[in-house]
Design a protein around this ligand. Structure first.
Ligand code: NAD
Length: 246
């Protein structure tokens, strides 16, 4: 029997990268999976390949969230897991970041997570069961140089997760955050600016000597999505090859 047998899981930003790997692993472990993303074609293709459902969804939109919850309940009748994974990165020093650019990152990475938790909470409370997994970053634990907005958004995700965990524990609903380090996805191109030397320098600075593949994070998400982690809530789970150990 799969580790998520019978569970209904929503994975935002699931068209590719870590969300894509999580969606695939969750399907392999027996879950019904709803992938959401702003990337329509890629999302459709990935969902078809793994036997998931795709919904076009901008995490910044409350009405989009209402629709994701409505359609998930219509198809499957429950929501067991929400992986708030969708996110964007942009390099930006304090003096080079406009208010508009700052707000844009906060809207996706922070407001998107807030709206997601708010959208699924009534269903999870009514079920007296649910696991919310918010994808933060090591940039939510330590300072991210030259990424003031991204760092702010990821610290916020860590804080929100703890507040919601305290609030919903009595209803059988858990919330935890994952803090990945350097993960080999499209986002790494944004982080390195597509510069191969910078990529290799970053990878060389990781104590284990390499970036992680997306599926290495997916296994941690699987644990937190499953009942195996039933005593964990409000906690931070770091997966960074040792970067924050020093
Ligand atoms: P990625 O760019 O491959 O995936 C992000 C996904 O989010 C994409 O499919 C994108 O289309 C989607 N997305 C962006 N804006 C959206 C919106 N408004 N609504 C819905 N979907 C949207 O990168 P990834 O590495 O897979 O990123 C997944 C998460 O991991 C992000 O939250 C990111 O901040 C976090 N993270 C990544 C790294 C890394 O090194 N790659 C490190 C730490 C944390």
């Amino acid at each position: 029997m799969g580790r998520l047998q019978g569970k209904v899981c929503i994975v935002t930003g699931g068209a590719r990268g870590q969300g894509g790997a999580e969606a695939e692993l969750f399907r392999n472990e027996g879950a019904e999976v709803i992938i959401t993303d702003v990337l329509d074609e890629l999302g459709q293709r990935h969902a078809a390949a793994i036997g998931a459902t795709f919904l076009l969804h901008d995490v910044r939109s409350e009405t989009d969230w209402d629709e994701v919850v409505r359609q998930t309940l219509e198809r499957h009748g429950r929501i067991d897991v929400l992986i708030n994974n969708a996110g964007i990165y942009a390099r930006g020093k304090l003096l080079d970041t406009s208010l508009e650019q700052y707000r844009h990152i906060i809207e996706v990475n922070q407001v998107g997570v807030f709206l997601g938790m708010k959208a699924v909470a009534p269903t999870m409370i009514a079920q007296h069961a649910g696991s919310i997994v918010n994808i933060s970053s090591i940039a939510g634990l330590i300072g991210a140089a030259h990424a003031v907005a991204y760092g702010a958004s990821k610290f916020a995700v860590r804080g929100m997760t703890k507040s919601v965990a305290l609030e919903l524990a009595r209803y059988g609903v858990r919330a935890n955050s994952i803090h990945p380090g350097m993960i080999e996805t499209d986002m790494i191109t944004d982080v390195t600016g597509g510069n191969a030397q910078r990529h290799d320098r970053m990878a060389g600075a990781v104590p284990v000597g390499r970036p992680a593949a997306a599926d290495e994070v997916a296994y941690l998400a699987l644990y937190l999505a499953s009942d195996e982690s039933r005593y964990s809530t409000g906690a931070e789970f770091v997966i960074d090859g040792g970067v924050t150990a020093g």
